[in-house]
Each structure stands twice: as structure tokens, then as C-alpha cells.
Design a protein around this ligand. Structure first.
Ligand code: AMP
Length: 113
């Protein structure tokens, strides 16, 4: 597993980001092309390319990412929100470093495209 993605470069500090939360396991920052008033990405420091590569040993980390998304949602004053993990190119994944999208601040319809 390499860290050679744009998110790997954000984690190393080579590229700046608009950080909203950070701890020893993950980083959360605003999406550069927001799809809603609040659009934050929560990424693990561990360079997992996608959910496909997650192992049983990653269970705690994956739970942590979702709980951090909750925390940021509350920090942003959201009452309702959506968390999305695109898994693979066919599902819209463009950056191959696992990330949880936190989207909110407007009515969200279902199903997504
Ligand atoms: P996905 O399509 O699920 O892989 O999501 C990748 C997301 O990363 C997209 O919503 C992009 O707008 C976002 N993105 C790409 N580069 C950056 C960056 N440098 N800073 C913040 N968000 C980014």
C-alpha cells in the first residue's frame, strides 16, 4: 500500500487543506469541490486505497472514521447529514485513498446518481 495519492500528499503536509479535525488515526478537511454547504472528507492516516482493501484488523479504524464524521457533523451544526464511501471507479471513486464523505446543509434526495 502506498501513500502516493493527493490525500497522501495532504497527510504528509506537501499539499495544504482546509482542516476541520485531526487526531492520530485520521484527518478531516473540506472538499475542494463541495457538493453541499457542508462537504467534508474524513481520511485514515493509514493508506488504505479503498474499502475493498480493508481487513478485519481495520474494524476499529473504520468505526472511528464514521464517529469522527458524526463529530464533525455536530461541529458544523448539522441536524441531518449523509456519509458516503465510494468504493471503486464504477461507484465514482476518483482518489484511491479511502475517504468518508460527510455531506449536509441542504435537503438530500435518494437514490443518489
Ligand atoms: P471520490 O470521488 O469519492 O474519490 O471523492 C474524491 C473527492 O476528493 C472529490 O469530492 C474531490 O472534490 C475531492 N478532492 C480532490 N482533491 C482534493 C483536494 N486537494 N482537497 C480537497 N478535496 C479534494
Amino acid at each position: 500500500m502506498t501513500n502516493d495519492t493527493i490525500f497522501g500528499r495532504i497527510l504528509s503536509g506537501a499539499i495544504p487543506c482546509d482542516e476541520v479535525y485531526s487526531d492520530d488515526k485520521c484527518l478531516a478537511f473540506r472538499d475542494i469541490e463541495p457538493q453541499a454547504p457542508v462537504h467534508v472528507l474524513v481520511i485514515p492516516r493509514k493508506p488504505l486505497p479503498s474499502l475493498k482493501e480493508a481487513l478485519p484488523e481495520d474494524a476499529e479504524l473504520l468505526g472511528h472514521l464514521i464517529l469522527v464524521a458524526n463529530l464533525v457533523a455536530k461541529q458544523e451544526g448539522l441536524e441531518d447529514w449523509r456519509t458516503v464511501i465510494n468504493c471503486g471507479e464504477g461507484a465514482g471513486q476518483t482518489v484511491f485513498h479511502l475517504h468518508v464523505h460527510l455531506i449536509g446543509g441542504r435537503p438530500l434526495t435518494w437514490p443518489p446518481g
